[in-house]
Design a binder for this molecule. Structure first.
Ligand code: 5GP
Length: 191
């Protein structure tokens, strides 16, 4: 997606070989015009999948996922990163290891928001080692629904996440794929 790649070139900052900061348009401050275009693009990429809900992981996935849900005309479900105080039959949880915090958290959703006949599009901001995407997909499947697509805003294709998600059989689409980066440079896969 050209507008996204342009924005990453102009405003993204590779901290080192592993972490890209996109605070100015995706994580802390949000470029809503760009999110609007991202919503259009995810809608186009997944329009044949009969999506009934968009799901994401709090908090950085919410802006692109909300725009996608709006464009598709379906609800948005937000997976929480904290264990529920009241563990009941209607709550699904799964452990996920955080790339940025280097610690595990319990990804949680109330079953009332994911039904067995739902076809879910899971959206996240980054794909690195694939823990968040695979964990989110596991949660959807635990609730009995189908993962009909995984939409990623930025994939770092030199890390193993994309391969893992593909070899698990998911239909994954990434709007920008970074092949290599380090302080001061970012190289896209299709440049
Ligand atoms: P994974 O679970 O695939 O290892 O990492 C994906 C999650 O870690 C995303 O939900 C995202 O929040 C965070 N993440 C991974 N890599 C980066 C990065 O380079 N920059 C930022 N800002 N977040 C990242």
């Amino acid at each position: 997606m050209d507008a996204l790649k342009k924005k990453i070139r102009e405003s993204g900052k590779a901290l080192n070989k592993h972490v890209l900061l996109v605070d100015s348009f995706l994580n802390h401050q949000v470029d809503c015009q760009l999110m609007d275009e991202i919503g259009d693009e995810f809608k186009r990429l997944f329009e044949n999948e009969n999506i009934t809900k968009v799901a994401t992981i709090e908090s950085s996935g919410i802006a692109p996922a909300a725009m996608t849900a709006l464009k598709m005309g379906v609800p948005l479900v937000i997976f929480k990163k904290s264990a529920s105080a009241i563990l009941s039959e209607g709550i699904y949880q799964t452990e996920v290891f955080s790339f940025t915090k280097r610690t595990s958290y319990q990804l949680t959703v109330k079953g009332e928001f994911i039904k067995k006949d739902d076809r879910i599009l899971l959206i996240d901001d980054f794909l690195a080692n694939g823990e968040a995407a695979i964990g989110g997909a596991r949660l959807i499947e635990r609730a009995g629904a189908k993962v009909s697509g995984i939409g990623i805003v930025i994939s770092k294709s030199f890390q193993p996440g994309k391969e893992k998600v593909l070899s698990a059989g998911y239909n994954v689409k990434c709007l920008a794929e970074i092949e290599d980066m380090d302080e001061g440079f970012i190289e896209f896969a299709d440049d």
